[in-house]
Design a binder for this molecule. Structure first.
Ligand SMILES: Nc1ncnc2c1ncn2[C@@H]1O[C@H](COP(=O)(O)OP(=O)(O)OP(=O)(O)O)[C@@H](O)[C@H]1O
Ligand SMILES: [Mg+2]
Length: 228
């Protein structure tokens, strides 16, 4: 959370773009963290566009990126502009240009956060659009925030030579972390007789899994790409 917010603050302060990738296995809390960051961004007076990719082949190629322009209570485009953009959905080059122009206009007035969830399911047109937009808007205060189950797909899409990439990897807490939390709560070292008593839950997870959230590991994962 802290590193994602710091990327937002830095982009606002320096007027440059940044990219944040939140990755981790299913159920670890990526969507929850992304939603929280979007809320914080709104409080920081940043315009927010939010969208998610779909596992069952998309409504229309490029839809996750286009939909981000019209999401939430304060959409990034009016219905008229949205219609103009969606009207060229079958022409990806024109589509990228129209979306970029709209985002450029917005970023000239106020910093932007574009958040795309479930990036592992991005269709080919969405991938093309994201690459084009990251490159074209690199010198503007536009922060891209992605959540993905898949590290390589996320790094490939979120990383761009001219945009700083922050990679936040969420992973389950270790046994040592859990023991420390238990010690903290109980005020004593947990009874070793109770250790290992986590039974598999209905989906095969241990019951403790739900509570082992959000351990942000940095520095021990795959290398992240950063701008020079
Ligand atoms: N920090 C947290 N503390 C407690 N519960 C949490 C926390 N973060 C997420 N959860 C809960 O865990 C569940 C899974 O979270 P979430 O949907 O954010 O996971 P995800 O990583 O996006 O999973 P997926 O890859 O399947 O989309 C949700 O019910 C959410 O409310
Ligand atoms: Mg999710």
């Amino acid at each position: 959370m802290a590193s994602a917010l710091s990327a937002l603050r830095s982009a606002c302060r320096h007027g440059t773009s940044a990219s944040v990738l939140i990755s981790g296995p299913s159920g670890i809390g990526k969507t929850t963290l992304l939603a929280e960051i979007c809320q914080q961004a709104t409080r920081m007076n940043i315009r927010v566009g939010w969208s998610k990719c779909d596992p069952i082949e998309q409504v229309w190629p490029g839809a996750p990126v286009i939909a981000a322009l019209r999401a939430g209570p304060d959409p990034l485009t009016t219905a008229g502009v949205y219609e103009q953009i969606a009207g060229v959905v079958s022409e990806p080059l024109l589509l990228a240009d129209r979306i970029a122009s709209r985002l450029e206009d917005l970023a000239a007035v106020q910093p932007l956060l574009i958040a795309i969830d479930d990036l592992q399911w991005a269709d080919r047109v969405s991938r093309f659009l994201l690459r084009s937009l990251l490159s074209r808007l690199a010198s503007l205060p536009v922060v891209w925030m992605f959540a993905s189950r898949d590290d390589p797909v996320g790094i490939d899409l979120a990383g761009h030579d001219s945009v700083h990439l922050e990679h936040v990897q969420l992973a389950p807490l270790t046994t040592a972390d859990l023991a420390a939390m238990a010690r903290d709560r109980l005020g004593r070292v947990p009874d070793p007789g109770h250790a290992g008593h986590r039974q598999p839950g209905p989906l095969g997870r241990s019951r403790g899994t739900r509570h082992r959230r959000r351990r942000v590991r940095r520095g021990d994962g795959p290398p992240t790409r950063r701008s020079a």
